[in-house]
Design a binder for this molecule. Sequence first.
Ligand SMILES: *Cc1c(COP(=O)(O)O)cnc(C)c1O
Length: 422
Amino acid sequence: MSHPPSVDRLARSQRASGLPHPLLVEEARRAIEADDVDHFADRVAQRKRSMLVSVINGTGVLLHTNLGRAPLAASFDETYSNLELSLESGKRGSRQAAVGSSIAAAIGAESAMVVNNGASAVLLVLAALAAGSGPAGNGVAVSRGEMVEIGGGFRVPDVMAQSGARLVEVGTTNRTRLSDFQQAVESGDASLVMSIHQSNYKIVGFTESTSMAELATLEVPVVADIGSGLLDSATPWLEGAPPSWLADEPAARQTLEQGANLVIFSGDKLFGSAQAGIIAGDEALVAQCRQHPLARAVRPGSLVLQAIQKTTMSYLERKGNDIAFWRMATLSEASLRERAAAYPEQLEIITTQAVPGGGTLPQVTIPSIGLRLAGDHLDALRANEPPIIARVEDNATIVDLRTIAPEHDTIVAAALRALLDA
Ligand SMILES: *Cc1c(COP(=O)(O)O)cnc(C)c1O
């Protein structure tokens, strides 16, 4: 009978993998335990591929939930920042002040603040604004047509329960009128109204919903969770007219203009930045959120705030091309065709439909250009370094060029050439 191999020796045999020794030891133990020492190298490779790395998105889904939604620059200098120091007075400052006022300026709000993500923004707003005492105390009126699940387990009624707010359902699934809200407010049952954008679904047919302008006539604050983070429907950061696929998308600036007291949106959807949640609108309401104890639990760190600040500056300078999401979303088909022509000529150049994704803009497609190769090559492309994520349709692999940075074309072309040559 042969001795079991030494854990340490086995671990060291894969030192070239670059994985830290403690992780190699863990994998070695597992391989020995599973009597699978022969496949140790594969196990190590698999472990390595479970780490977070940069990937090339060839899916044509611009905000791919599995790929971190908006593309993000991830390199920051290893330095201190004036996160909570006022350089003016030398005293303690607020991490929210500077970024918040820049975002507010970009959408014409009095005030704004940043939290961890959209879900925590909803939680904080409800906890801070719907917790009052009295009979209407914590009642929040929401249309039955907006009792939604956004994805990843974010269900409006559950979040509401967690916040301590009491859900006051009004109207019906397909039709809700101003009078439904009026009843809830005037009877003293609700002290806040919340409208939630139908980000990822559509109710069609015999429908009626209440406009923001109508809701704004109510005597309680109105909060709009617009979800996607489109800042302004006029898209002043883009050259030319707003893209037609944005037509039905609510925008932060216009929602406030129509009378919402607060808007809530995500940082990594159409805003095109890091994972964050943004709360913007009336100064007094934002201050109430800032001062609530939960604000501390959902506050963002300096990496996120730097990313959000950088993106906000691009909006204020009207430089949409500095935001990867908008750059990719608005590339012309002609420029995509030009790039496709530089790929190996055995690949078929096809027209495709890219999508915004990220639980935004259901049914919207953006014409795009892709490369098609017979057979399912998803595994091989994922094993590439860097990994390339493609999709399969009718037993052919399709790589969509809209979501691939032009500087990655040579990498993708080389990987596809290798498949052609195989
Ligand atoms: C996406 C979305 C959320 C959740 O935001 P996260 O940033 O993903 O936490 C909440 N409400 C709406 C309407 C959304 O579209």
